[in-house]
Design a protein around this ligand. Structure first.
Ligand code: SF4
Length: 257
């Protein structure tokens, strides 16, 4: 039988391994079982571990600020939602990059109530021409909401895109961009970011989108030559592009891929 300390040590080792291989600071499922306790609102993380992640989030926020981004630490998802809704009140059109993180925040009903036009190319039933047209309009929308595949502790945003509309709109065009990400996207450096994207984000997205890709079957990148390959443009924002207004919200929670 394994006692609590043994389980905690095993979880910590697993987490260390995940961070070393670039998966980030997220809490794997197994860890919840050992160090998270049940609270009224569901599972709560151990306070000490939460504190460690808070420091890591704040380190990324400080680095992003040095690099010219308007970066904000959000203790909870609700803080990020409030920030986004406040910005959305000034907008008439809001573009969505297709981020799972944004989707998990479940902002849509509240945004719809504001009477703004939502530009979502992933809505079911759209033809490819309609999707393309929406993607083009996202490039000049008032507010563009997106996630990022990774952020380094040095404050660089790292993304790999297939179509390019997400990274395009992130860099230039919309009046305001908000990049929202969970602590699980924080990595040591660009090398770890790419590794994370190929090991986690791309296979998970390939599977979500039901694409005929090897990583959607094996869960591993084989640097495929597939026509459906989603890893086509690797974009690193070392500093905020000079004409862009980019706010980055880092939430001390696990969100997206
Ligand atoms: S290069 Fe191909 S196999 Fe590798 S993660 Fe991207 S889409 Fe998947």
């Amino acid at each position: 039988m394994v006692d609590d300390r043994g389980m905690l040590a095993a979880s910590e080792q697993r987490e260390k391994n995940l961070i070393q291989c670039g998966v980030g600071a997220g809490v794997p499922d197994g860890m919840n079982k050992s160090v998270c306790k049940s609270g009224e609102g569901g599972m709560e993380m151990d306070d000490n571990l939460l504190w460690v992640y808070e420091q890591r989030c704040k380190m990324a926020v400080a680095s992003l600020q040095k690099n010219g981004f308007d970066a904000v630490y959000c203790k909870r998802r609700e803080d990020a939602c409030r920030n986004i809704i406040d910005e959305a009140r000034k907008a008439r059109t809001i573009g969505f990059g297709g981020s799972m993180t944004v989707r998990e925040l479940q902002l849509e009903p509240e945004l719809e109530q504001l009477g703004v036009e939502l530009l979502q190319h992933n809505k079911p039933g759209l033809s490819s021409e309609e999707k393309l047209s929406i993607r083009r309009r996202q490039l000049t929308c008032d507010l563009f909401l997106t996630g990022s595949n990774a952020v380094t502790l040095n404050g660089q945003l790292v993304n790999v895109d297939g179509v390019g509309n997400r990274v395009g709109a992130m860099m230039f065009g919309p009046k305001q961009v908000i990049v929202v990400m969970g602590r699980n996207k924080i990595v040591e450096d660009v090398h770890a970011a790419i590794k994370r994207i190929k090991a986690v984000a791309a296979p998970a997205n390939a599977r979500r989108l039901n694409l005929k890709l090897p990583c959607a079957v094996t869960g591993q990148c084989s640097e495929c030559q597939s026509p459906e390959r989603i890893c086509r443009a690797t974009v690193i924002l070392d500093k905020k592009p000079s004409q862009a207004n980019i706010r980055v919200l880092i939430i001390n929670d696990d969100l997206g891929y």
